[in-house]
Design a protein around this ligand. Structure first.
Ligand code: MN
Ligand code: MN
Length: 320
Protein backbone atom coordinates (compact mmCIF):
# COMPACT_ATOMS: atom_id res chain seq x y z
CA UNK A 1 0.00 0.00 0.00
CA UNK A 2 1.17 3.49 -0.82
CA UNK A 3 1.20 5.31 2.52
CA UNK A 4 0.80 8.64 0.77
CA UNK A 5 -2.42 7.47 -0.84
CA UNK A 6 -4.11 5.50 1.91
CA UNK A 7 -6.82 3.14 0.83
CA UNK A 8 -9.92 4.05 2.81
CA UNK A 9 -10.66 0.37 3.39
CA UNK A 10 -7.59 0.12 5.57
CA UNK A 11 -9.11 2.62 7.97
CA UNK A 12 -5.83 4.42 8.08
CA UNK A 13 -7.35 7.76 8.93
CA UNK A 14 -10.61 6.77 10.58
CA UNK A 15 -11.54 4.54 13.48
CA UNK A 16 -14.39 2.05 12.95
CA UNK A 17 -16.81 4.23 14.88
CA UNK A 18 -16.15 7.32 12.72
CA UNK A 19 -17.66 8.38 9.47
CA UNK A 20 -20.22 7.18 6.97
CA UNK A 21 -20.57 3.40 6.76
CA UNK A 22 -20.35 2.38 3.12
CA UNK A 23 -18.98 -1.14 2.72
CA UNK A 24 -15.35 -0.95 3.91
CA UNK A 25 -15.55 2.83 3.35
CA UNK A 26 -15.42 2.26 -0.38
CA UNK A 27 -16.90 4.98 -2.56
CA UNK A 28 -20.70 5.14 -2.77
CA UNK A 29 -20.97 5.34 -6.53
CA UNK A 30 -22.80 4.19 -9.64
CA UNK A 31 -19.98 5.19 -11.95
CA UNK A 32 -18.74 1.87 -13.36
CA UNK A 33 -15.63 3.08 -15.13
CA UNK A 34 -12.83 0.56 -14.51
CA UNK A 35 -14.87 -0.94 -11.68
CA UNK A 36 -14.43 -4.66 -10.92
CA UNK A 37 -16.97 -5.24 -8.15
CA UNK A 38 -20.17 -3.56 -6.98
CA UNK A 39 -21.42 -4.23 -3.47
CA UNK A 40 -25.22 -4.08 -3.80
CA UNK A 41 -27.64 -3.97 -0.87
CA UNK A 42 -31.08 -5.54 -1.36
CA UNK A 43 -33.04 -4.67 1.79
CA UNK A 44 -36.10 -6.79 1.08
CA UNK A 45 -37.69 -9.13 3.61
CA UNK A 46 -41.28 -9.56 2.50
CA UNK A 47 -40.42 -13.03 1.20
CA UNK A 48 -39.91 -14.24 4.77
CA UNK A 49 -42.36 -16.89 5.93
CA UNK A 50 -41.57 -16.56 9.61
CA UNK A 51 -39.39 -13.92 11.27
CA UNK A 52 -38.54 -10.92 9.12
CA UNK A 53 -35.98 -8.16 9.71
CA UNK A 54 -33.50 -8.92 6.91
CA UNK A 55 -34.39 -5.54 5.40
CA UNK A 56 -31.97 -4.21 8.00
CA UNK A 57 -29.23 -6.63 6.88
CA UNK A 58 -27.35 -4.59 4.28
CA UNK A 59 -27.00 -1.54 6.48
CA UNK A 60 -25.81 -3.54 9.47
CA UNK A 61 -23.35 -5.55 7.38
CA UNK A 62 -21.93 -2.28 6.03
CA UNK A 63 -21.62 -0.93 9.56
CA UNK A 64 -19.84 -4.09 10.70
CA UNK A 65 -17.53 -3.86 7.68
CA UNK A 66 -15.82 -0.84 9.22
CA UNK A 67 -14.10 -3.33 11.53
CA UNK A 68 -12.52 -5.12 8.56
CA UNK A 69 -8.97 -4.22 7.72
CA UNK A 70 -7.75 -4.56 4.20
CA UNK A 71 -5.42 -7.55 4.06
CA UNK A 72 -6.63 -11.16 3.97
CA UNK A 73 -4.05 -13.11 5.97
CA UNK A 74 -5.28 -16.52 4.82
CA UNK A 75 -5.77 -15.88 1.10
CA UNK A 76 -2.79 -13.50 0.99
CA UNK A 77 -4.50 -10.72 -0.89
CA UNK A 78 -5.67 -7.14 -0.29
CA UNK A 79 -8.87 -7.07 -2.35
CA UNK A 80 -9.48 -3.33 -2.22
CA UNK A 81 -5.94 -2.82 -3.52
CA UNK A 82 -6.16 -5.45 -6.24
CA UNK A 83 -9.59 -4.40 -7.47
CA UNK A 84 -11.66 -1.28 -7.92
CA UNK A 85 -14.73 -1.80 -5.77
CA UNK A 86 -17.71 0.49 -5.29
CA UNK A 87 -20.67 0.45 -2.92
CA UNK A 88 -23.63 0.74 -5.29
CA UNK A 89 -26.05 1.42 -2.45
CA UNK A 90 -29.36 -0.41 -2.38
CA UNK A 91 -31.81 -1.59 -4.98
CA UNK A 92 -35.04 0.41 -4.55
CA UNK A 93 -37.19 -2.41 -3.27
CA UNK A 94 -40.94 -2.12 -2.63
CA UNK A 95 -41.65 -3.93 0.61
CA UNK A 96 -45.30 -4.64 -0.26
CA UNK A 97 -44.73 -5.96 -3.80
CA UNK A 98 -42.47 -8.95 -4.30
CA UNK A 99 -42.99 -9.20 -8.07
CA UNK A 100 -42.19 -5.55 -8.74
CA UNK A 101 -39.20 -5.80 -6.40
CA UNK A 102 -37.88 -8.85 -8.22
CA UNK A 103 -38.16 -7.02 -11.54
CA UNK A 104 -36.22 -4.09 -10.12
CA UNK A 105 -33.52 -6.38 -8.76
CA UNK A 106 -33.12 -8.13 -12.12
CA UNK A 107 -33.01 -4.80 -13.98
CA UNK A 108 -30.43 -3.23 -11.63
CA UNK A 109 -28.21 -6.30 -11.55
CA UNK A 110 -28.38 -6.74 -15.33
CA UNK A 111 -27.34 -3.12 -15.82
CA UNK A 112 -24.33 -3.72 -13.55
CA UNK A 113 -23.34 -7.02 -15.18
CA UNK A 114 -23.61 -5.31 -18.59
CA UNK A 115 -20.67 -3.15 -17.49
CA UNK A 116 -18.63 -6.32 -16.81
CA UNK A 117 -18.80 -5.62 -13.10
CA UNK A 118 -19.19 -8.53 -10.67
CA UNK A 119 -21.96 -8.20 -8.10
CA UNK A 120 -21.73 -9.06 -4.42
CA UNK A 121 -25.34 -8.80 -3.23
CA UNK A 122 -26.18 -8.33 0.44
CA UNK A 123 -29.72 -9.33 1.43
CA UNK A 124 -32.42 -9.34 2.28
CA UNK A 125 -34.22 -12.65 2.48
CA UNK A 126 -33.47 -15.54 0.15
CA UNK A 127 -36.26 -14.69 -2.30
CA UNK A 128 -33.80 -12.21 -3.86
CA UNK A 129 -31.72 -15.07 -5.30
CA UNK A 130 -34.32 -15.70 -8.01
CA UNK A 131 -34.08 -12.25 -9.65
CA UNK A 132 -30.31 -12.30 -9.10
CA UNK A 133 -30.10 -15.63 -10.92
CA UNK A 134 -32.33 -14.32 -13.71
CA UNK A 135 -29.86 -11.49 -14.27
CA UNK A 136 -26.79 -13.73 -14.09
CA UNK A 137 -28.28 -16.40 -16.38
CA UNK A 138 -29.12 -13.73 -18.94
CA UNK A 139 -25.42 -12.90 -19.13
CA UNK A 140 -23.72 -16.23 -18.47
CA UNK A 141 -26.37 -18.79 -19.45
CA UNK A 142 -27.24 -21.57 -17.00
CA UNK A 143 -24.83 -21.20 -14.10
CA UNK A 144 -23.43 -23.76 -11.70
CA UNK A 145 -24.55 -22.95 -8.16
CA UNK A 146 -22.97 -23.57 -4.77
CA UNK A 147 -25.73 -22.97 -2.24
CA UNK A 148 -24.97 -22.93 1.48
CA UNK A 149 -28.15 -23.26 3.50
CA UNK A 150 -29.93 -25.32 6.11
CA UNK A 151 -32.98 -25.40 3.80
CA UNK A 152 -33.22 -26.56 0.18
CA UNK A 153 -35.51 -23.60 -0.72
CA UNK A 154 -37.23 -25.73 -3.32
CA UNK A 155 -40.63 -25.86 -1.71
CA UNK A 156 -43.62 -26.12 -3.98
CA UNK A 157 -45.40 -23.60 -1.83
CA UNK A 158 -48.05 -21.67 -3.69
CA UNK A 159 -50.13 -20.58 -0.76
CA UNK A 160 -52.98 -18.40 -2.01
CA UNK A 161 -51.35 -18.49 -5.44
CA UNK A 162 -48.12 -16.87 -4.20
CA UNK A 163 -45.28 -18.71 -5.91
CA UNK A 164 -42.54 -16.41 -4.59
CA UNK A 165 -41.07 -16.44 -1.10
CA UNK A 166 -37.74 -17.18 0.57
CA UNK A 167 -38.73 -20.86 0.63
CA UNK A 168 -39.12 -21.23 -3.13
CA UNK A 169 -36.40 -19.36 -5.08
CA UNK A 170 -34.47 -22.48 -6.10
CA UNK A 171 -37.58 -24.34 -7.28
CA UNK A 172 -38.48 -21.37 -9.44
CA UNK A 173 -34.89 -20.97 -10.66
CA UNK A 174 -34.76 -24.65 -11.63
CA UNK A 175 -38.13 -24.40 -13.38
CA UNK A 176 -36.88 -21.35 -15.27
CA UNK A 177 -33.71 -23.25 -16.25
CA UNK A 178 -31.38 -20.65 -14.77
CA UNK A 179 -29.19 -23.30 -13.12
CA UNK A 180 -26.93 -25.92 -14.70
CA UNK A 181 -28.32 -29.06 -13.04
CA UNK A 182 -25.06 -30.92 -13.67
CA UNK A 183 -23.49 -28.60 -11.12
CA UNK A 184 -25.93 -27.48 -8.44
CA UNK A 185 -24.72 -28.29 -4.93
CA UNK A 186 -26.51 -27.57 -1.67
CA UNK A 187 -24.36 -27.74 1.48
CA UNK A 188 -25.45 -27.86 5.13
CA UNK A 189 -29.08 -28.93 4.74
CA UNK A 190 -30.70 -30.00 7.99
CA UNK A 191 -33.60 -29.61 10.36
CA UNK A 192 -37.13 -30.98 10.47
CA UNK A 193 -39.05 -30.79 7.21
CA UNK A 194 -42.75 -30.70 6.44
CA UNK A 195 -42.67 -34.06 4.67
CA UNK A 196 -40.27 -37.02 4.53
CA UNK A 197 -39.52 -36.38 0.87
CA UNK A 198 -38.62 -32.66 0.97
CA UNK A 199 -34.97 -33.34 0.20
CA UNK A 200 -35.82 -35.96 -2.43
CA UNK A 201 -37.87 -33.34 -4.24
CA UNK A 202 -34.85 -31.05 -4.41
CA UNK A 203 -32.72 -33.94 -5.66
CA UNK A 204 -35.30 -34.89 -8.30
CA UNK A 205 -35.21 -31.30 -9.56
CA UNK A 206 -31.44 -31.46 -9.99
CA UNK A 207 -29.81 -30.48 -6.70
CA UNK A 208 -26.99 -32.51 -5.25
CA UNK A 209 -27.12 -32.28 -1.48
CA UNK A 210 -24.52 -32.58 1.22
CA UNK A 211 -26.56 -32.63 4.42
CA UNK A 212 -24.94 -31.33 7.57
CA UNK A 213 -24.53 -34.95 8.73
CA UNK A 214 -22.53 -35.70 5.59
CA UNK A 215 -20.50 -32.51 5.98
CA UNK A 216 -19.46 -33.43 9.51
CA UNK A 217 -18.87 -37.10 8.65
CA UNK A 218 -16.66 -36.13 5.71
CA UNK A 219 -14.88 -33.16 7.29
CA UNK A 220 -14.38 -29.81 5.60
CA UNK A 221 -11.49 -30.62 3.18
CA UNK A 222 -13.36 -33.47 1.38
CA UNK A 223 -16.44 -31.23 1.16
CA UNK A 224 -14.30 -28.60 -0.56
CA UNK A 225 -12.96 -31.24 -2.94
CA UNK A 226 -16.50 -32.41 -3.76
CA UNK A 227 -17.60 -28.83 -4.36
CA UNK A 228 -14.67 -28.19 -6.69
CA UNK A 229 -15.15 -31.45 -8.60
CA UNK A 230 -18.83 -30.74 -9.20
CA UNK A 231 -18.30 -27.16 -10.35
CA UNK A 232 -15.17 -27.74 -12.45
CA UNK A 233 -14.53 -24.77 -14.71
CA UNK A 234 -18.16 -23.79 -15.15
CA UNK A 235 -19.25 -20.24 -14.34
CA UNK A 236 -20.52 -20.54 -10.78
CA UNK A 237 -22.88 -18.44 -8.71
CA UNK A 238 -22.47 -18.66 -4.93
CA UNK A 239 -25.45 -18.18 -2.64
CA UNK A 240 -24.86 -18.11 1.08
CA UNK A 241 -27.80 -18.24 3.46
CA UNK A 242 -26.40 -17.31 6.87
CA UNK A 243 -28.67 -19.92 8.47
CA UNK A 244 -26.27 -22.55 7.11
CA UNK A 245 -24.25 -21.50 10.15
CA UNK A 246 -25.29 -22.70 13.60
CA UNK A 247 -27.52 -20.24 15.48
CA UNK A 248 -24.91 -20.24 18.26
CA UNK A 249 -22.69 -18.35 15.78
CA UNK A 250 -25.40 -16.67 13.68
CA UNK A 251 -28.55 -16.15 15.73
CA UNK A 252 -29.63 -13.10 13.74
CA UNK A 253 -31.61 -14.87 11.07
CA UNK A 254 -35.22 -15.60 10.24
CA UNK A 255 -35.31 -19.40 10.22
CA UNK A 256 -32.54 -20.72 12.48
CA UNK A 257 -31.78 -24.45 12.47
CA UNK A 258 -29.67 -25.92 15.25
CA UNK A 259 -26.68 -28.17 14.65
CA UNK A 260 -24.95 -26.26 11.87
CA UNK A 261 -21.58 -25.05 10.67
CA UNK A 262 -19.31 -22.96 12.87
CA UNK A 263 -18.03 -19.55 11.79
CA UNK A 264 -14.68 -21.15 11.04
CA UNK A 265 -16.28 -23.95 8.99
CA UNK A 266 -18.10 -21.52 6.72
CA UNK A 267 -15.01 -19.32 6.32
CA UNK A 268 -12.99 -22.39 5.30
CA UNK A 269 -15.70 -23.58 2.88
CA UNK A 270 -15.85 -20.19 1.22
CA UNK A 271 -12.05 -20.02 0.96
CA UNK A 272 -12.25 -23.46 -0.66
CA UNK A 273 -13.92 -21.80 -3.67
CA UNK A 274 -10.56 -20.26 -4.55
CA UNK A 275 -9.72 -20.63 -8.23
CA UNK A 276 -13.25 -21.44 -9.40
CA UNK A 277 -14.80 -19.29 -12.12
CA UNK A 278 -17.06 -17.29 -9.80
CA UNK A 279 -19.50 -14.96 -11.54
CA UNK A 280 -21.62 -13.75 -8.65
CA UNK A 281 -22.35 -13.88 -4.93
CA UNK A 282 -25.26 -13.32 -2.64
CA UNK A 283 -25.24 -13.33 1.14
CA UNK A 284 -28.74 -13.49 2.56
CA UNK A 285 -30.97 -13.90 5.62
CA UNK A 286 -29.05 -11.71 8.09
CA UNK A 287 -31.75 -10.32 10.38
CA UNK A 288 -30.25 -7.80 12.81
CA UNK A 289 -33.33 -7.53 15.06
CA UNK A 290 -32.76 -11.17 16.12
CA UNK A 291 -29.00 -10.77 16.47
CA UNK A 292 -26.96 -10.57 19.67
CA UNK A 293 -23.89 -8.38 19.97
CA UNK A 294 -23.90 -8.03 16.14
CA UNK A 295 -22.19 -11.44 15.89
CA UNK A 296 -24.20 -12.45 12.80
CA UNK A 297 -23.48 -9.19 10.98
CA UNK A 298 -19.81 -9.41 11.90
CA UNK A 299 -19.63 -12.95 10.49
CA UNK A 300 -21.54 -11.86 7.39
CA UNK A 301 -19.26 -8.94 6.69
CA UNK A 302 -16.21 -11.18 7.08
CA UNK A 303 -17.76 -13.60 4.57
CA UNK A 304 -18.30 -10.72 2.15
CA UNK A 305 -14.62 -9.87 2.64
CA UNK A 306 -13.73 -13.46 1.69
CA UNK A 307 -15.90 -13.11 -1.43
CA UNK A 308 -14.07 -10.02 -2.63
CA UNK A 309 -10.76 -11.67 -1.74
CA UNK A 310 -11.65 -14.63 -3.98
CA UNK A 311 -12.52 -12.26 -6.81
CA UNK A 312 -9.22 -10.43 -6.32
CA UNK A 313 -7.32 -13.71 -6.64
CA UNK A 314 -9.39 -14.62 -9.68
CA UNK A 315 -8.44 -11.39 -11.42
CA UNK A 316 -4.78 -11.72 -10.50
CA UNK A 317 -4.72 -15.26 -11.94
CA UNK A 318 -6.53 -14.25 -15.15
CA UNK A 319 -3.91 -11.54 -15.74
CA UNK A 320 -0.97 -13.95 -15.42
MN1 MN B 1 -32.33 -20.05 2.13
MN1 MN C 1 -32.23 -21.18 5.11
Amino acid sequence: MDVNNPNPAFGSDLEPFHGIPTFMRLPASRDFENVDIAIVGIPFDSGATNRSGTRFGPRKIREASLQLWGYNQVLKVAPTEALKIIDYGDVSVISVDIRATMDRITADIKSILDQDVTVVALGGDHSISLPLLRAHASKFGEVAVVHFDSHPDTWDWEYENQPYSHGTPYRRALEEELIDTDAYLQIGIRGPTSWPKDLDTAREMGAQILTINQVFEMGIPPVIETMRNIVGDRPVYVSLDIDSVDPAFAPGTGTPEVGGLSSYDILQLVRGLQGLNIVGFDLVEVSPPYDHGDITSILATNLAFEFISLLALQKTISQE
